[in-house]
Design a protein around this ligand. Structure first.
Ligand SMILES: [Fe+2]
Ligand SMILES: [Fe+2]
Length: 294
């Protein structure tokens, strides 16, 4: 819940999101098409093909070893046949948000690239958990993992001046980082992050998962994705991937294991799988050719 006294700051940040976090029009169009049951999904191919840089990145993702196709996928039409429209939409979203996550996040003491590494690891872990726990759309959970901390980007851009007080309060050692955010700002990075997903017209499940990724029990009981992302986030923090000031200050919700039908002892196995997938050369190559000046 956003603190009444800070409603003004929250509203100001929300109002500025459109300019601060714009999505390419191609991706906005694709999201709209996949949400509307009456739309002609062939238009997705048409829309994507207008952006050749995106086409080549989506094809790299489609050809990564995770999907394990024996023949190379050379066109978007072929990728759609092999992977479906929803996966293609999620891939377009992945490659178009990458530049936003590449920079450093001063407020959280995350050096250049650290937030992307963290988010990417959480996405990979969330997808592994989603497959294990039988989520019908693991690719969607991957996107939730990728975007779970998007609120940190907004706070770093728009509330840097207030952050010194968050750090000061947190460093006293009596409260969690999330509580320090809430006390100083009146809301946490999950709440403002969920507004980004709302602006981008993403699904309610994504919006809710971003909002409650540190408090999964506050989400609706039928939303299991939030537990998947929560668990992956905690595991990735334990692995020390992309830690800032707030690293290791979040609590694990033990109930998440039971809700997902997993044993607490699976954490080690999940860590190994995340490392393996992250070291996958094809995955590395997907992002390595990006324009580093952005
Ligand atoms: Fe977070
Ligand atoms: Fe995180």
């Amino acid at each position: 819940m956003v603190d009444e006294n800070n409603q003004e700051l929250f509203n100001k940040l929300v109002a500025g999101l459109k300019d601060l976090m714009p999505l390419p029009t191609t991706v906005t169009a694709i999201i709209k098409l996949t949400k509307d049951p009456n739309s002609d999904l062939k238009e997705i191919v048409y829309n994507l093909e207008k952006d050749q840089a995106m086409v080549s990145r989506v094809l790299k993702l489609a050809n990564s070893s995770y999907y394990g196709f024996s023949r190379q996928i050379k066109t978007i039409s072929h990728a759609v046949v092999c992977l479906g429209y929803n996966t293609i939409k999620n891939m377009a979203l992945t490659v178009s948000t990458y530049p936003m996550f590449k920079k450093g996040i001063v407020s959280y003491a995350l050096e250049k690239g650290a937030i992307f590494k963290h988010s990417y690891a959480v996405a990979v872990g969330a997808r592994i958990i989603a497959n294990k726990a039988g989520h019908p759309n693991p690719e969607e959970v991957y996107v939730m993992g990728l975007l779970h901390d998007v609120g940190k980007l907004v706070l770093d851009e728009q509330a840097k001046d207030k952050f010194i007080n968050v750090i000061r309060l947190f460093s006293k050692g009596s409260i969690t980082f999330l509580e320090a955010e809430e006390q100083v700002l009146g809301f946490n990075h999950g709440e403002i992050g969920s507004k980004v997903a709302e602006k981008w017209n993403l699904s309610d499940e994504i919006v809710e998962t971003i909002r409650f990724h540190h408090h999964p029990s506050d989400a609706s009981p039928n939303n299991k994705s939030v537990h998947m992302v929560h668990l992956s986030d905690v595991i990735v923090e334990m692995m020390g991937i992309g830690l800032g000031y707030d690293g290791l200050s979040y609590e694990l919700n033990e109930a998440s294991f039971e809700i997902l039908g997993l044993k607490n002892s699976c954490m080690e196995e999940l860590m190994v799988k995340i490392m393996d997938e992250m070291q996958d050369e094809a995955n590395g190559a997907i992002f390595s050719d990006e324009d580093s000046s952005k």
